[in-house]
Design a protein around this ligand. Structure first.
Ligand SMILES: NC(=O)C1=CN([C@@H]2O[C@H](COP(=O)(O)OP(=O)(O)OC[C@H]3O[C@@H](n4cnc5c(N)ncnc54)[C@H](O)[C@@H]3O)[C@@H](O)[C@H]2O)[C@H](O)CC1
Ligand SMILES: [K+]
Length: 518
């Protein structure tokens, strides 16, 4: 398949419509099943070589997910694996029933309950795929519970059985897989936070869906995509033009810090430094100025008048905000810096608001006025900040992506909702997910680094770009979130999930990018 659609995310309805086009155009259902299962078998043989994993158990349900599983069973048996099948369901679909009959004809042992299986090294879960429509009960629930008690790798075909394809919720009970092989196109469940505990490592099994079939179904809808390296590569400010100079690669103003939260300003500055931005200016309370200068010698540091609580009372009168390519405002400001937030909101400069910048925006109650800004705005809330800003959006559903889309449409801003699967929405409905993250980031300071990193990327994009400014702002947020996640994963590999504090995270950002791009 042409690569252009491999990162698209679809609902079950869209997947069925795409599949329907293939069948209408003449592709036999059974032939497609053979093709898909062949690709799954190839993946399994590479991942679980015969000499180390000779015994395979396959659990097959009544539908075509079970059909896929039975074809996989047959193919692995043909390659020399010792395969056995568990078929707990009644009233199989005709194609699935045919495959079961043939598996029995081949002499592959078939049992009704998982307890009846001999020992195995890998378990394949083909109970339910995207056809699941109600809660899993009775013998099927028993089968799922038994799968979850297995002490070997569990590979789910298409989805962990029991997960709803769109919401990612477990309907009653669901398989906790070690690997999930998503077939053809990413389903929405793969980007839902609730599903992450069930998916294990997700992999896409491409089976050459014609791009025309995908385009016909998805063309008129907002684009929903998973962040993958090819898309990020196109959006990085690399390589630089050979004859560029520091004023052409962006000047970022960071407005951050207060006496109680001095470190937040520093972490944001370190994140901005890693972004490669040409010039960096910080506006901090006067009492933090020398500390920041000592840590970030290349930055220009402006000391601002302070409140009694050590917050920025107001920005310096001489500060001309229109001189900057972008402003990143918020980390560590405290709730007493409302004047600074009001000033940056009124500036004609592209703006990222985070942390207390968002809380102060919520206090001001001016979400709708963001639409009147001349330049793009990027909001980077975590769930708590998001709920304060957009109280209705997360009320009825836990779907962070849908909530971010609604918030972006309401505010006219790019909205990045942070989480285990960060969602980034453009006001036009375009939605990206960044699924590669780590719980190591669940830690104070991670967000401050992200603010600086995205701020620096935003400044570079605004200084150089001829593209639509709002599109470029989304790209900066996307690249920043992806890069931050990659840095954290690299740090966690070296230092465990407990060892990724903000200063460590910053150390990994530039090396990990070099590694990933190599
Ligand atoms: N285009 C593709 O991606 C292809 C997908 N294939 C595989 O087919 C499944 C979807 O198959 P389908 O038969 O529609 O659904 P399931 O196998 O998931 O079976 C569900 C089946 O069971 C019934 N059912 C639903 N919920 C319950 C429940 N809680 N308890 C009991 N029974 C339930 C329902 O009536 C369904 O009929 C897809 O995931 C892929 O694995 C093709 O093989 C190739 C192309
Ligand atoms: K499954």
């Amino acid at each position: 398949m042409s690569c252009e659609f491999l990162d698209r995310i679809v609902t079950v309805e869209q997947m069925r419509a795409i599949e329907g086009r293939l069948f209408d155009a003449g592709m036999p259902v059974a032939a497609l099943m053979e093709k898909v299962a062949g690709r799954i078998a190839t993946w399994l043989v590479a991942q679980f070589p015969l000499q180390h994993y000779p015994r395979i158990a396959v659990v097959a349900g009544l539908g075509h997910n079970g059909g896929d599983a039975l074809v996989v069973a047959r193919e692995l048996a043909a390659q020399g694996y010792r395969v056995q099948v568990c078929s707990p369901a009644e009233r199989l679909k005709p194609l699935t029933a045919d495959h079961l009959r043939f598996v029995e004809y081949l002499g592959i042992p078939v049992v009704k309950a998982i307890a009846g299986l001999a020992p195995y090294d890998v378990l394949i879960d083909g109970l339910f795929g995207f056809g699941l429509e109600r809660s899993v009960e009775g013998a099927m629930a028993d089968a799922v519970a038994a799968i979850n008690a297995a002490e070997c790798p569990v590979v789910s075909i298409d989805l962990p059985s029991g997960l709803h394809t769109d919401t990612g919720q477990a309907l009653g009970i669901a398989v906790q897989a070690t690997h999930t092989l998503c077939l053809g196109l990413w389903k929405r469940a793969f980007c839902q936070e609730e599903a992450l505990a069930y998916l294990g490592q997700p992999h896409l099994i491409d089976f050459d869906i014609p791009p025309t079939a995908i385009a016909a179904v998805l063309a008129a809808l907002p684009t929903i995509r998973r962040a993958t390296l090819p898309a990020i590569r196109q959006r990085l400010p690399l390589p630089r033009q050979v004859n560029t100079h520091k004023y052409r690669v962006g000047h970022l103003l960071v407005v951050a810090g207060s006496q109680p939260y001095a470190g937040a300003a520093l972490l944001a500055a370190l994140g901005a430094r890693a972004s490669g931005v040409g010039m960096l200016t910080l506006a901090v309370p006067e009492s933090l100025r020398l500390m920041i200068v000592a840590q970030i010698p290349e930055a220009l540091v402006l000391g601002c008048p302070e409140t009694e609580a050590g917050a920025i009372a107001h920005l310096p009168d001489t500060l001309d905000m229109s001189r900057y390519s972008a402003i990143a405002c918020g980390p560590g400001l405290s709730r007493h810096a409302g004047g600074a937030v009001q000033a940056v909101l009124q500036s004609p400069t592209p703006l990222l608001l985070d942390a207390d910048g968002l809380n102060l925006l919520a206090d001001l109650g001016t979400i709708e006025t963001l639409k009147q800004r001349q330049a793009p705005t990027v909001l980077t809330p975590h769930r708590g900040e998001f709920k304060r800003l957009f109280p209705e959006q997360l009320e009825n559903s836990e779907d962070g992506g849908a909530a971010a889309q609604q918030a972006a449409a309401q505010s006219g801003a790019v909205v990045l909702l942070k989480g285990a699967c960060t969602a980034i929405a453009h006001p036009n409905g375009t939605l990206w997910y960044v699924p590669e993250s780590t719980p190591a980031l669940a830690r104070g300071g991670s967000g401050d680094v992200l603010t600086g990193l995205i701020g620096g990327l935003l400044a570079q994009a605004m200084a150089s770009d001829t593209n639509d400014a709002l599109d470029s702002a989304l790209d900066a947020a996307l690249v920043g979130a992806w890069w931050h996640g990659q840095g954290a994963r690299a740090a966690a590999r070296d230092r465990t999930e407990l060892g990724v504090d903000g200063t460590q995270l910053v150390q990994y950002l530039n090396p990990v990018l070099a590694q990933v791009l190599a």
